[in-house]
Design a protein around this ligand. Structure first.
Ligand code: 26A
Length: 354
């Protein structure tokens, strides 16, 4: 089966430190308890440090790669492919195995230089997670990969394209190429804001891509960072979502849907179309609309790393199956919750019915 969803992002191996040991490393490296950043010079020692001195767990990560695995969870085998750049090393092998086990086709560009596959130090504390990433081979992604026959065929055949905002730190050219081609052919382009620092420091790239985006996904802190970057004063979350939904679109025949999650609090959805007017890209009744989140008991939460990605991937997988907006949000919530009960960005196998 040719993939119907293609996901694009930075392939990373997550190196997790438990909530017991986490606070020590947060303090040592000056990290916020709930954040996602690119490692600066002062953070570079963290990877060797935690591997040598903490009890770490290795899990497949990379925001869009997690979402790809979540979409694959709800779709028939062979439905999802993932594109990103890796090095020729053991980290790549770990990521390949995780994708294969969960039905995601890895369409990697492998760097021939000695660059290693990217890694993310995931420092857990309470129910928070601090992500500190060194992109390495991931930021060497070259747009020429998109023109190789194998990838061109993938891009031609797919109907949904998922791009992580994180990719905009280095890959705007490739992201634009994928999104423009897709939207000019009436396909669906999904962008995840990924982290507050993307609207904060990559607003130019974000606004260049946004016209080609049909579905924008983010969480409350990312929406808050956009509000600030856009000078929207004390606008409410609903106003921010509706403003983003209403911004210019290159494919004007389809509305834009904006989905803002808030952890265990309700998810907010806004569409540029009037409610009830636009299949699964606008709520049926109210717009914006809030969807309550089923709560996982505190003692069942193992860690929240990847929960937002699993929500996004599950949501998109369900939409791609033709499910309604309400049903798709529900599937997203279920996968986000399932992920919170696992160590790292993982789901439960054998598969549960969602
Ligand atoms: C460019 N940066 C900072 C990143 C990331 C990232 N994925 C791509 N680019 N920083 C953290 N992640 C991934 O986010 C997931 C949780 O949402 C981590 O690998 C983690 O699995």
């Amino acid at each position: 089966m040719a993939p119907i969803i293609v996901s694009l992002g930075n392939p990373l191996l997550d190196i997790q430190v438990s909530p017991e040991e986490g606070p020590k490393y947060l303090e040592k490296y000056g990290l916020k308890s709930n954040d996602a950043i690119l490692a600066e010079e002062k953070h570079m020692a963290i990877y060797d440090d935690i591997v040598a001195n903490a009890k770490v767990t290795y899990v497949a990560g990379g925001a869009a790669q997690n979402a790809a695995r979540a979409a694959a969870y709800v779709l028939p085998a062979g439905s999802v492919a993932y594109i990103g750049s890796v090095g020729e090393d053991d980290l790549k092998q770990t990521l390949l195995s995780a994708n294969e086990a969960e039905g995601v086709q890895s369409a990697y560009q492998t760097q021939t230089s000695p660059a290693r596959t990217g890694a993310c130090a995931v420092i857990l504390s309470n129910h928070d997670r601090s992500l500190c990433t060194t992109l390495r081979a991931a930021e060497m992604f070259n747009p020429s990969h998109l023109a190789t026959p194998e990838i061109a065929e993938l891009l031609n055949g797919a109907k949904y394209f998922y791009i992580e905002g994180f990719f905009l730190t280095h890959g705007i050219e490739s992201a634009l190429e994928v999104a423009k081609q897709a939207s000019s052919r009436g396909k669906t382009v999904v962008l995840n804001l990924s982290a507050p620092f993307i609207p904060q420091f990559f607003k130019v790239q974000l606004e260049e891509l946004l016209p080609h985006v049909d579905i924008l996904i983010g969480n409350e802190s990312e929406a808050g960072a956009y509000k600030e970057a856009a000078g929207m004063g004390d606008a409410s979350l609903a106003q921010v979502a509706s403003t983003l939904a209403a911004m210019t679109k290159s494919n004007a025949s389809r509305p834009r849907l904006v989905v803002i999650t808030q952890g265990a609090d309700s998810t907010l959805v806004a569409s540029s179309a009037a409610s009830g007017s636009s299949g699964n890209l606008a709520p049926e009744d109210e717009n914006p609309k809030t969807y309550p989140v089923p709560k996982l008991a505190g003692d069942k939460i193992v860690d929240t790393n990847g929960a937002g990605d699993m929500f996004a991937g599950g949501f998109l997988g369900a939409l791609a199956q033709g499910k309604s907006l309400n049903e798709s949000i529900e599937v997203g919530h279920k996968l986000g919750q399932m992920c919170c009960g696992q160590i790292g960005p993982k789901l439960v196998f054998p598969k549960e019915n969602v």
